[in-house]
Design a binder for this molecule. Structure first.
Ligand code: ZN
Length: 241
């Protein structure tokens, strides 16, 4: 098959037809450089679902990374079908870009970990992409500190970094994780403390089952005082928390 005019490997082809077997909604691939939320254009991918499933992808990636991104995003839709929770992101789009960004980050913070583990099991080499990602984040922290100073603890940047810090705790690669957390502790100490309190929430509730992840996401959202801005949705019945 071709995705955004790029021929994908037979390995991906096989994975894709297997994983989308039970998805009845149309799946649309879109170029992320045309995404309506400009800050999303910097991401490798995004998955949004309404009457159709929209997979946004960065076309400027190596073939391997492009396939991992595509596999990652489609697995978000699969997790949703298994009942894993998601956040209101698309509804609030553009109205309040930073809320939309935090909603997206929060919604992916734990499901990305489940997805990474599954892709690894399916034979994707997610490690390199993961490492590159963490290294990129570290230089972003240093650059941000230089250009914009300390983030306000519960402000937009503070929330985003606290969420990254939290999810790094549960991803694989212990050494990389330590390095990333140390970078954040040294540069944004207050945010790292908030991150620690988020880690506590996830330790108590877990995230490997839909109901556990729901509790963790609601707990994180509440700790960040975002109750009025971001809703966590139970994908099984649509209940909003
Ligand atoms: Zn994701």
């Amino acid at each position: 098959m071709e995705i955004l005019n790029r021929q994908v490997s037979p390995f991906f082809d096989k994975f894709y037809s297997e994983i989308t077997k039970n998805i009845t909604k149309p799946i649309l691939f879109c170029d992320i450089s045309t995404h309506p939320v400009t800050s999303t254009r910097d991401f490798d991918g995004s998955c949004e679902e309404n009457s159709e499933i929209k997979i946004w992808l960065n076309k400027n990636q190596s073939s391997d990374d492009f396939e991992i991104s595509a596999a990652h995003e489609i697995t978000h839709a699969v997790l949703r079908r298994e009942g894993f929770p998601h956040t209101t992101r698309t509804q609030i789009y553009a109205k309040d870009e930073w809320v939309s960004n935090i909603g997206g980050r929060l919604g992916s913070s734990l499901s990305d970990l489940v997805i990474d583990a599954r892709l690894k099991k399916s034979g994707f080499d997610v490690t390199q992409k993961h490492l590159k990602n963490i290294e990129g984040k570290q230089s972003q922290i240093r650059k941000e500190k230089e250009e914009r100073g300390q983030p306000e603890p519960y402000g937009p940047r503070g929330c985003i970094w606290a969420i990254y810090y939290m999810s790094s705790e549960f991803g694989f690669h212990r050494q990389q994780r330590r390095r990333f957390q140390r970078t954040l502790q040294e540069n944004f100490p207050e945010i790292a403390k908030i991150g620690d309190s988020l880690i506590e929430v996830v330790r108590i509730n877990g995230f490997d089952k839909p109901e556990k992840m729901l509790k963790s996401l609601v707990g994180i959202r509440d700790k960040l005082s975002l109750q009025d801005k971001i809703k966590i949705i139970d994908s099984l019945n649509g209940t909003q928390f």
